[in-house]
Write a protein that binds this ligand. Structure first.
Ligand SMILES: [Mg+2]
Ligand SMILES: [Zn+2]
Length: 168
């Protein structure tokens, strides 16, 4: 079976990134995040998180810390009946890699693993690098925050992005 998917950036899309998230207690999900993910799942999309976490290579936190943050995030979402299909991250900062956005490596890895048709899928992010990664992977793209001419659509938050996806 071929799936359609929505790839979500994490910081600034799922959670407030006014302050760095270095431990689970730092994580503040937006009030609309769980319902937005739930609506995508109900519409038949796989939902993934693809996040650059160069703080690992820089030594601000460890992979163990990041896994604890993500376990906490999934527990909060589960309380509101929202589930993610998989979370993947790039731990690199200065190292050359294929996964750090704007490279499309994380999206391509997930698409291959889960049999995703990228042309019927979306990447949602708040940085130009998210849009570049989504475009390079062959997804349609939605920019959160300041509009990006390279994105297929721009809007203020994930709730509005989901409104757009479900009507296109
Ligand atoms: Mg972000
Ligand atoms: Zn990487």
């Amino acid at each position: 079976m071929i799936h359609k998917a929505v790839f979500l950036d994490r910081d600034g899309v799922i959670n407030d990134n006014t302050n760095h998230v270095n431990q689970p207690e730092d994580l503040v999900l937006y009030s609309w995040t769980a319902s937005s993910i739930r609506r995508l799942k109900e519409a038949g999309y796989l939902v993934f998180v693809v996040t650059n976490q160069g703080g690992i290579e820089m030594g601000y936190f460890t992979e163990t810390d990041l896994n604890a943050i993500h376990a906490h995030m999934e527990a909060i979402l589960k309380e509101e009946n929202a589930t993610l299909d998989e979370i993947i991250f790039c731990p690199h900062f200065k190292s050359k890699c294929d996964c750090r956005k704007p490279n499309p490596g994380m999206i391509l890895t997930l698409a291959h693993k889960h049999n995703v048709d990228l042309s019927s899928s979306w990447m949602v992010g708040d940085f130009a690098t998210d849009i570049q990664a989504g475009n390079a992977a062959g997804c349609r793209t939605i920019k959160i925050g300041a509009p990006d001419p390279d994105a297929d659509h721009s809007c203020s938050d994930l709730k509005k992005a989901v409104d757009h996806i479900l009507h296109n």
